[in-house]
Write a protein that binds this ligand. Sequence first.
Ligand SMILES: Cc1cc2nc3c(=O)[nH]c(=O)nc-3n(C[C@H](O)[C@H](O)[C@H](O)COP(=O)(O)OP(=O)(O)OC[C@H]3O[C@@H](n4cnc5c(N)ncnc54)[C@H](O)[C@@H]3O)c2cc1C
Length: 308
Amino acid sequence: MAVLRSAFIALSKNRALRSFSESSAMGRKLSSRFVAGMELDDALRVAEAVNRQGMLVTLDSLGESVTSEVEAHQAAEIYHKLLDAIAARKLNANVSVKLTQMGLELSPELSGGIAEALARHARATGNFVRIDMEDSSLTQVTLDIVRRIQALPELRGSIGIVIQAYLYRSQADIEQLLADGIRVRLCKGAYKEPAEVAFPSKADVDKNYVRLAGMLLDSPVYHGLATHDEAMIAAAKRFASRLQIDRRRFEFQMLYGVRRDLQKKLVAEGYSVRVYIPFGREWYPYFMRRLAERPANVLFLARNFFRS
Ligand SMILES: Cc1cc2nc3c(=O)[nH]c(=O)nc-3n(C[C@H](O)[C@H](O)[C@H](O)COP(=O)(O)OP(=O)(O)OC[C@H]3O[C@@H](n4cnc5c(N)ncnc54)[C@H](O)[C@@H]3O)c2cc1C
């Protein structure tokens, strides 16, 4: 399994395959299980349908590392349009943003300025911006940017962050974020990290996830637990029930197209569930990471592809 995982991670970085897949009709059809569509309107339609099923939404305009300031501003523009469209259509949705798409690798000031402008727009439309977490070389700068924006009194509560349970540093980061009152999404972590910075064994990542989820649930701030792992979800439910934490004081988060059965079950039990809905033409690296998480998805996709 580890070999297949590494193979998909390597394929996710293959430029030739990426450009072929993103421009082919077959590639788009295959990706539709995990990606809401190529255009903003596709994503809004899917978001409406997910809302109708009693679930919250976070929208992600796909795309990673940009290579110019102009591209960073173009990527930000889509998010400004999204925030307006969410307000106009009265969707129960917020947005998830990657700082590399906003020029982080060109200049932290550029991406920080763009994130701040998005947080201002979110505040003005009663919304919230979640900054996704990328690989460990970007953890500190991402934390610094989010903490700076949260420290602006007029933007307090308009921005949140993601913490990855596979990193050794995450407990200390959560302590700091809780002191700052910043909303956290806890996930296991999707990048390939060396043993110097991240737990190599899944059992240790899972143990850390449960420990960190407990810290979040025990705080007065509203947080998100992003996982499809039933053991993590069961542990969080047990913890919340022992501490008599209301089911609406936190949310579970899952990816569009993954464990839809579990999403519906949690809603029926009275928990809040947010679905992460990605859209856009640059779907290939995202799609490959989903296959890396569960190589069996390849068989599943192939079966559906030939059936339809
Ligand atoms: C809402 C959301 C936001 C995220 N944001 C980030 C982020 O900002 N940064 C980051 O590094 N990572 C992010 N991730 C990804 C995360 O780090 C994990 O890589 C991913 O969620 C898989 O871990 P898991 O907790 O589901 O558990 P795993 O232990 O990987 O999986 C547990 C079980 O869940 C099911 N499952 C998991 N993945 C899939 C899949 N692709 N298809 C079908 N079934 C699956 C399987 O049944 C599997 O056995 C996010 C995940 C979610 C749900």
